[in-house]
Design a protein around this ligand. Structure first.
Ligand code: NAP
Length: 268
């Protein structure tokens, strides 16, 4: 009997970007344990395959592995093709992949800073806009990973902080637009969290440890619970919540001086 694309049984997945490491890998473990069928996206296919094998070994369905560079314009098309080839539809989208760079904007490599825009902003927006109609049809969920950095300007990490302000603003607006749709959008705003992020950003790991970072597992658990509860914003940890509430009350000029001083001390 002839088959066609529409006759093929569909696999309903939670797609997690940046799932090869850190918060994304922990989200994959947490969500697999809760019974979600997953699609894992990042550049390093071997790392994704290892996490998929680890999840499969717990008795869960082996996640779909999609190794792509999301900062490249064709990256999102490649994700869509891989989903179509696997007969998968996205019910939950977790836009987690992201990076930052510590240093003065004029001396940091311009391509690296534009890469932050490509990944943290463009890829996140493209995936959200493309997949949202299907997610709404399934009354699903979106979770975008921003940061407490979204609540303040960040001298010496200027493009990164600005990118996270964009993620929070977009998420707030879309969550309002989604009201009554049955779908929800959550913005997860972690504070310092022990992952590869600091090394990739060029931060001094000793300075970072003094900030009392959370574990990626705890951040993933808080994010997952908040997303499933349909919360608009999730800020894991008391100190991070206090930062988000108090920081906007400070005079902007004072805030800029304090953040600049703190960031300069974080350099390796
Ligand atoms: N750690 C913190 O202190 C902290 C605090 C606040 C917010 N956040 C946010 O949390 C999110 C996750 O970061 P993390 O701390 O878990 O960092 P991480 O350990 O460095 O993980 C980043 C993930 O993103 C993937 N990625 C990077 N560039 C990519 C690209 N071009 N295409 C596809 N995937 C890419 C990486 O995988 P590949 O290298 O395999 O591509 C990796 O899986 C980020 O959005 C970050 O801004 C982190």
């Amino acid at each position: 009997m002839a088959t066609n694309e529409h006759a093929r049984p569909q696999r309903s997945v939670a797609l997690i970007t940046g799932a090869s490491d850190g918060i994304g890998a922990e989200l994959a473990r947490v969500m697999a344990a809760k019974g979600h069928d997953l699609a894992l996206v990042a550049r390093q296919g071997e790392k994704l395959a290892a996490i998929a094998s680890e999840i499969e070994a717990t008795g869960s369905t082996r996640p779909l592995v999609i190794a792509v560079d999301l900062s490249r314009p064709e990256g999102i098309d490649q994700v869509q093709s891989a989903l179509t080839d696997a007969g998968a539809v996205v019910e939950i989208l977790v836009n987690n992949a992201g990076y930052g760079q510590l240093g003065s904007a004029v001396t940091l490599d311009a391509a690296g800073q534009l890469g932050i825009v490509d990944l943290n902003i463009r890829a996140l927006t493209d995936l959200t806009l493309r997949l949202l109609p299907g997610i709404i049809a399934r009354r699903g969920r979106v979770m975008n990973v921003a940061s407490v950095a979204a609540f303040l300007p960040g001298p010496y990490m200027a493009v990164y902080y600005a990118s996270k302000a964009y993620v929070l603003s977009l998420g707030d607006a879309l969550s309002q637009e989604l009201k009554a749709s049955g779908a929800t959008l959550t913005t997860l705003c972690p504070g310092p969290t022990t992952t590869q992020f600091q090394t990739r950003a060029g931060m001094d790991p000793n300075m970072f440890e003094r900030l009392g970072p959370m574990t990626a597992r705890d951040v993933a658990r808080a994010g997952y619970a908040g997303m499933m509860a349909g919360k608009r914003v999730v800020i894991p940890g008391f100190f991070n919540k206090a930062t988000a509430v108090l920081v906007p009350l400070l005079p902007r000029s004072l805030l800029l001086m304090v953040v600049a001083r703190l960031q300069e001390r974080r350099k390796t």
